[in-house]
Design a protein around this ligand. Sequence first.
Ligand code: GDP
Length: 420
Amino acid sequence: QRSLGNGRQSPSSPLKLFGQAKKTANEIFRHIADYIVDVDSFVQEICQVGYIEGIDFQDTIKGFKDKVTGIMEVLGRDHMKVVFFGRTSNGKSTVINAMLREKILPSGIGHTTNCFLQVEGGTDSQEAFLLTEDQPDEQKSIQSIKQLAHALSSVKLESNSLIRIVWPKEKCRLLKEDVVFVDSPGIDVTPDLDVWIDKFCLDADVFVLVSNAESTLMQTEKNFFHKVNERLSKPNLFILQNRWDTSVYEEDVEAVKQQHLERNLEFLVDELGVTDSKEGYERVFFVSAREALVSRLNQDKGTPTPTGTLQEGFQARLFEFANFERKFEECISKSAVKTKFEQHTQRGKKVTGDLKALMDKTFTLCLEQLRNKEWERQEKADELDYKQKQLSLLTVEVKDKIKSMVEDVERKVSSALNEE
Ligand code: GDP
C-alpha cells in the first residue's frame, strides 16, 4: 500500500478520516439545507391557504438558511494545520519538504526563513503562487524554488508576517488531504511569543518541534511550548530529533539517544503534561530529514540515490521518519475532526432543534386555527338550523293564517249568497 510516484496514493492513510468526516458533515448540512427549503415552501403554502395568519416566519427561516450556508462555507475551508518550530537550521524546511516529497521550501545556508511560510494546497489547474499579507489578492507566480527563495529574500519581512505558498494539491498527497504546513522563523530570533501564538498557533492541530540531535533542547524552545500550553489545552506536540545521521560515528550513540529520549519525555510528560509516558514514546523520533528528502526525491524520479548521500544505518532512520509520519497523520486527523467538526455539529444541532421547534409551533397554530374555523362553522350551522326552524314555524303560522283568512272569506261569501 506504499505510495508510488509522487506519494499520491496511500489508501490506508489515517488522514482519510478527516476527508471522510468532512464529506459526511457536508452531506448532513446539505440535507439540512434541503429540509429548510421544504419547510420554507410548506410554511408559505399554509400561509397562503390561510391556515396560519398574522405570523411571519420568513425572517426566521432566512436566518436558518444563512446559518447553514455559513457553516458549509467554513466547513469547505476547514483543514488540518501543523506548525513547525525550532532553532534556525535545525532542519524545519527540510522536514516539510521531505513530508511533501517535493522541494517546495528553500532550505540551507542563506535561506533562513525569517517569516512564517504556509504551504497549502491550491486548485489543480493552477500553477504554484505566493500570497502576501499586504497584497492578499495578488497571486505572485513561482515556477521554481530558486525563484521562491529570491522572492522571499527580495522583500523585507517582519518575523510575524505570513507568506502563503499555494501549491497544486495534486502534486502532494498531504496537501490533497487538506494538511496545511506552517514553517516558522527560528525560535532563537527572540520572537514576540504572544503574537506568534495568537496569530499562528490557536487553530493549529499539531506542533512539531524540530530539534537538533547534536544538542539538547534550548530554554527558548521550552519556554515557547510552556506558553502554548497555557493557551491551548493539551496541544499535540511531536519532537523530531533531526540530523540523527550525524551521530552515526559517535561511539556512545545509544547512550546519547537514551539521554535525549529521557530529557524529551521529561519535558513532554512531567513539565508540560501534554502526554503520558506510554504515549510519549510515540511523540519523539530520531530522524534525518535530509536523508528522507534525498531518498524520496530519487525514489519518485526512479533514479538511484547517489552514493555518499545516505549514512550508515539510513534504513532505520528512513523507517523512523515514516513511523513519525504515521503517528502524525493519526494524531492530526483525529484532533482536527474533533476540534473543527465538533463546533459545526453543535451549531448544526442548534439549527435542526430550532427548525423542529418552528415546525411544532406551526403545527400547533394550524391545529388551533382549524379548531377555531370548525367552531365558527359549527356556530354558523347552528344559526342556520335555528333560522330554518324559525322559518318553518313561520311558514306554518302563515299557512294557518292564510287558511283561516280563506275560510273566513269563504264563510263570508257563502253567508252573503244565502242572504240573497
Ligand atoms: P531550518 O532553518 O530549520 O528550516 O533548516 P533547513 O531545513 O534550512 O536546514 C538547514 C541545513 O541543514 C540545510 O543545509 C539542510 O540540508 C541541513 N539538514 C537538514 N536536515 C538535516 C539532517 O537530517 N541531516 C543533515 N546532515 N543535515 C540536515
